[in-house]
Design a protein around this ligand. Structure first.
Ligand SMILES: [Zn+2]
Length: 213
C-alpha cells in the first residue's frame, strides 16, 4: 500500500515541506558567530514557523523532512570544508526520541555535499539540561574531541542556535584536536540570541530550555 507524502507542518498532501510552508519560512540572514566559531550559516529564523519545522523534525520524527533540509543545509556549507560532524544531543534526549536529530541531519547533508561525516565530538554533560542544577545548566554543554587528527576546516551541524553555547563548546573541543577552522551550520537561529525563557510561549520554552545552546 502506498502512503501519500504529507507536509509535516500543514499536513497537506504533496511535498515535505510543501511550497506554501517553505514560503512562510523566513531566511536567517547572516547572524554573528558564537565565540570560537569562525563562521555561522543558518537556514531560517526560529520564529513560529521555524519552531514548527524544528518541532516536526525532533518531536515527531519527521524523517521525510530530512532530504529537503539536507539539500538546503548543503547549499550553506563553504567550499573549503573537508569534514563534517555534529553537536551530539544528550543521552536522555536520544533515548527518548530513538535518534539524534543533529547526527541524522549531518549524515544526510554530508551525503549531499560528498563530504565525510565523522563523530568527532563526545558530550561530557550526558544528562538532559532539564535534569541538571541551575549551576550546571548555566555552565552549558561540554564536549571533548574524539579524534586527534582533525586537520583543516570542519563544519558542525546542529538544529537550532540560541545562545551559541553549544557551537562555542563544540568549536573549543574541535580546536583542541587540530581543527583549523570551525563553521557552524544550523537549520534555525533565534534572532533574539539570548532569550529569556519566561518571555516566550510554553511551547517554544519546551524547545529552547531543553537542550539548545
Ligand atoms: Zn505545508
Amino acid at each position: 500500500m502506498l502512503f501519500p507524502v504529507t507536509c509535516p507542518l500543514c499536513h497537506s498532501v504533496g511535498a515535505a515541506p510543501c511550497a506554501a510552508c517553505i514560503r512562510r519560512l523566513r531566511p536567517a540572514g547572516r547572524p554573528l558567530p558564537p565565540p570560537g566559531v569562525d563562521e555561522l550559516c543558518c537556514l531560517v529564523d526560529y520564529d513560529a514557523v521555524g519552531a514548527q519545522l524544528i518541532a516536526a523534525l525532533k518531536y515527531r520524527n519527521a524523517r521525510r523532512l530530512v532530504p529537503w533540509l539536507a539539500a538546503a543545509l548543503a547549499a550553506l556549507v563553504p567550499p573549503d570544508i573537508r569534514v563534517m560532524t555534529w553537536a551530539p544531543t544528550t543521552d536522555s534526549h536520544r533515548r527518548r526520541r530513538g535518534f539524534d536529530q543533529a547526527a541524522v541531519l549531518a549524515r544526510a547533508t554530508g551525503r549531499r555535499c560528498g563530504l565525510p561525516v565523522r563523530p568527532l565530538l563526545s558530550r561530557l554533560d550526558r544528562q538532559s539540561q532539564t535534569g541538571r542544577s541551575r549551576h550546571e545548566r548555566l555552565s552549558g554543554p561540554r564536549f571533548v574531541g574524539r579524534s586527534t587528527d582533525v586537520g583543516g576546516p570542519v563544519v558542525v551541524i546542529d538544529d537550532v542556535v540560541t545562545t551559541g553555547a553549544t557551537l562555542a563548546a563544540s568549536a573549543e573541543a574541535l580546536r583542541h584536536v587540530g581543527a583549523a577552522r570551525v563553521v557552524g551550520v544550523t537549520v534555525a537561529h533565534t534572532r533574539a540570541g539570548r532569550r529569556d525563557a519566561s518571555s516566550i510561549s510554553p511551547r517554544s520554552r519546551v524547545l529552547t530550555a531543553g537542550e539548545h545552546g
